[in-house]
Ligand binder design. Structure first.
Ligand code: SPV
Ligand code: MG
Length: 432
């Protein structure tokens, strides 16, 4: 008689005894076929996997009693189940509640069509990949792993969300915040080290007077308490002769990308209305800088993002596009189109035209500081790959610290404001 088929869907990012027990349980019902969730499928509902699909595949296919492994490219099982028509689907009983309960109901309904059955194993207590991941998070990560993660994310996700941080605590908040909606987990994919907020949080103007060594030391502190990739705002990169050394330091730390802007002379923040004395670099010179970075970086996963300032400086869309194309020819890994208009119309026009060029595969970043009403959905539909929320955490901290100071001064006590601020317990627990 033909052996029965048992289908087991899993992420298998961090293999533990719970996985082995599930496979042993499944094998009692027949031949085990594992549907291994792709990176895309996993990131559609929970954090991005530590190991990529091929790494996970090579582990799972070598586990005893696993006869075959096929990719499952959505959280939904339907496609693979319709193809295989397994006699059983085996799963831990933990999915009866929460995010996956709808997926479970659909599996049961579909299996009925060919008299298949869902068999559930009592969930292995006290162990889960999420628990192990949280412990690993506490232990930190390694520079190589962190550095390469941004490129992986760019390949697997449509729009990456990046949040500004200006010190370790803001980075911890950015890293650990999440929001669950309709079974999907929303979290930031990466951190942004902003020249503006790094400067302002030190009481300095954003004009490169806070030098790279100070800013890089700040990134090192941030890396001690986080694991997500970080994109470093390198302003214009400084002197080309010094660029190699700066890149080396950033790469060694585990920074994933730099955003370099095509301006020269004394730096002025792009969001100032008055850009009178600010000059844009020549295409030739800026391209040389791009090439210098590409030729000196050790790891191709360390990305160069070329930031085009044409629209900031009142130049035409044509100029922005010409520069984008030239920077792509020079080998940039991505472009960032900046604008300080109140609406996204300029960047919308830019991307529509850029997508018609032969460089349409090159990722495009944007920074919606002056046009915050644009939604992630709109940006994603237009084809943007990365949205950087470049200063929101410093702005929040500033406003709330001011409010608290005013309240204490006004009330002559901290009694009233005490209810509006974090409890001491919360702060103590954050660090312990
Ligand atoms: C920064 O955050 O420092 C940036 C973005 O470079 S902007 O402030 O818009 O220039
Ligand atoms: Mg900046």
């Amino acid at each position: 008689m033909k052996k029965k088929i048992v289908y087991v869907g899993m992420s298998a990012d961090i293999i533990h005894n719970g996985h082995i027990e599930l496979i042993n349980f499944a094998k009692k019902y027949g031949t085990v076929i594992v549907g291994l969730l792709t990176d895309k499928a996993i990131s559609s509902y929970k954090s991005f996997p530590l190991l990529n699909f091929n790494q996970r595949l090579s582990i799972i296919k070598n586990i005893k009693f696993v006869t075959k492994v096929i990719p499952q490219d959505t959280l939904d099982y339907s496609k693979n189940l319709k193809k295989l028509k397994p006699d059983y689907v085996a799963h831990g009983d933990d999915w009866k509640v929460g995010i996956q309960s709808k997926v479970r109901a659909k599996v049961i309904k579909l299996l009925k069509k060919w008299n298949g059955r869902l068999v559930e194993k009592k969930y292995t207590e006290n162990i889960s990949s999420t628990k192990i991941k949280n412990q690993l998070k506490k232990a930190g990560t390694l520079p190589d792993l962190r550095r390469s993660k941004l490129k992986r994310l760019l390949n697997e996700k449509k729009l990456l969300k990046v949040i500004e941080c200006h010190n370790p605590i803001s980075a911890m908040i950015g890293e650990n915040s999440f929001y669950e909606k309709k079974g999907r987990r929303h979290e930031f994919d990466a951190l942004w080290s902003s020249s503006l907020t790094d400067s302002v949080s030190r009481g300095m103007e954003d004009n490169q007077s806070v030098d790279y060594s100070v800013r890089i030391s700040g990134v090192s502190d941030i890396f001690n308490v986080t694991t997500k990739p970080l994109i470093f705002d390198i302003d214009n990169g400084g002197k080309i002769e010094h660029l190699g050394n700066t890149i080396k330091k950033l790469e060694n730390l585990g920074v994933s990308a730099i955003v370099m802007e095509d301006k020269v002379g004394l730096k002025r923040n792009s969001l100032f209305d008055d850009q009178k004395n600010v000059q844009q670099d020549t295409i030739k010179n800026f391209s040389k800088k791009i090439k210098k970075i590409i030729n000196t970086r050790i790891d191709n996963n360390f990305l160069v993002v070329s930031r085009i300032e044409s629209l900031i400086l009142g130049k035409s869309l044509g100029d922005a596009l010409k520069r984008a194309k030239s920077y792509c020819d020079a080998g940039t890994d991505a472009v960032l189109i900046h604008s300080k208009q109140k609406t996204p119309s300029e960047i919308v026009q830019f991307i529509k035209r850029f997508k018609k060029t032969k460089y349409s595969h090159i990722p495009v970043f944007c920074v919606p500081s002056s046009y915050p009403s644009v939604s992630e959905k709109e940006l994603e539909n237009l084809g943007f790959n990365v949205v950087i929320y470049a200063n929101q955490l410093l702005r929040t901290a500033y406003l709330n610290m001011k409010k608290t100071c005013n309240a204490i001064l006004k009330d002559g006590s901290a009694k009233k404001v005490n209810k509006k601020i974090s409890s001491i317990k919360e702060i103590l627990n954050l660090i312990s």
